[in-house]
Design a protein around this ligand. Structure first.
Ligand SMILES: Nc1ncnc2c1ncn2[C@@H]1O[C@H](COP(=O)(O)OP(=O)(O)OP(=O)(O)O)[C@@H](O)[C@H]1O
Ligand SMILES: O=P(O)(O)OC[C@H]1O[C@H](OP(=O)(O)OP(=O)(O)O)[C@H](O)[C@@H]1O
Ligand SMILES: [Mg+2]
Length: 289
């Protein structure tokens, strides 16, 4: 009989995604005994191991089946054009890939960049974008500090990752156009996997979905006059029917429910107007629907 193989997950060794990836894995119940300065880390309580590598290498390792899963930004997966399957958007590492040019140059649109020099760490995506505009540009591949290149007269414009925009601002650059919105994703190899790995991945996905749902939800509790129940139930976009509990004062009830965090502030005023008092919002550790 073939030995049972360990499920191998590629994650970024040291960078913006590392801590969030480890936290996500820990939050879904996988425990590790330290990961810093290590390349291969076995989970303590699951048949899972982490391969810690540069994020650029993750899509190809997953494509080739060296790793079964990977956690990496969509920007990297698309740039490498790896043949993999995206299992889940993970809602961290949000950024965008944008074209930017010096404020001092009078360039107002990416359409004005035909024939110009564009510095980027994303030559494939940049070429695709300019091709889609029918423009030929000179792409200069730079692996870091792309934002400095126009000032050094190495390039006329850049294509790089932007989050807050402060790096662009510091370097006197103006964002002209976003060519990609990105976030971290869980990716899976397209190579055939043994059934025990397929089952484990399925189990992971359920846990990750629960985790993401919990992070974006809040448990809310409030007291209200009994007659306000119908109005309050209509206001709350409940995931499930709310829990209604009697209080010592027979004219009052307590209402407990779970709502998407984005809705909380929206509905709070309405709840108060409907007579709700003592509204409490609590974080949720995890939830399975
Ligand atoms: N400013 C940002 N805000 C949010 N997410 C970002 C930002 N910059 C990059 N990211 C996302 O985080 C990923 C990793 O960024 P990081 O800067 O750690 O990469 P790196 O320098 O290429 O690291 P490595 O050494 O692993 O190659 C990016 O590919 C992108 O998906
Ligand atoms: O819009 P902002 O919030 O300023 O973020 C954008 C910057 O963040 C990333 O670099 P990072 O800080 O990860 O450093 P790196 O160049 O070493 O990857 C990216 O390459 C940009 O330079
Ligand atoms: Mg990298």
């Amino acid at each position: 009989m073939e030995p049972v193989q360990t499920l191998r997950i590629a994650i970024q060794k040291s960078g913006r995604l590392t801590e969030k990836t480890i936290t996500l894995l820990e939050n879904i119940g996988i425990r590790f005994d330290g990961y810093k300065n290590r390349l291969l880390v076995k989970a303590l309580n699951f048949d899972v191991e982490l391969l810690l590598i540069r994020d650029d290498d993750i899509p190809e390792y997953v494509q080739d089946g060296i790793c079964d899963l990977g956690v990496v930004g969509a920007n990297v997966t698309l740039e490498t054009q790896a043949d993999i399957t995206i299992l889940k958007d993970l809602d961290f590492g949000h950024c965008r890939l944008s074209i930017a040019s010096p404020v001092s140059r009078n360039i107002n649109s990416a359409k004005e960049l035909g024939g110009r020099r564009i510095a980027t760490s994303y030559p494939v995506l940049t070429r695709k974008f300019f091709d889609s505009l029918g423009l030929d540009v000179h792409i200069i591949k730079i692996s870091g500090a792309v934002e400095i290149t126009p000032r050094l007269d190495v390039a006329d414009a850049i294509c790089d990752l932007v989050s807050t925009g402060s790096t662009l601002k510091t370097n006197g650059l103006r964002e002209l156009e976003t060519i990609l919105q990105s976030q971290s994703q869980l990716i899976r190899t397209n190579k055939p996997l043994p059934q025990h790995k397929v089952d484990l991945i399925e189990k992971f996905l359920v846990r990750i979905e629960g985790q993401l749902l919990a992070e974006n939800s809040r448990y809310i509790m409030m007291n209200a006059p009994k007659e306000a129940l119908d109005t309050i139930t209509r206001i709350i976009p409940a995931l499930n029917s709310p829990t209604v509990l009697p209080l010592a004062d027979p004219s009052m009830i307590a209402i407990h429910t779970v709502i998407p965090i984005a809705k909380f502030w929206e509905v709070m005023e309405e709840l108060k107007a409907a007579g709700a008092t003592g509204i409490v919002m609590l974080p949720i550790q995890n939830m399975i629907n």
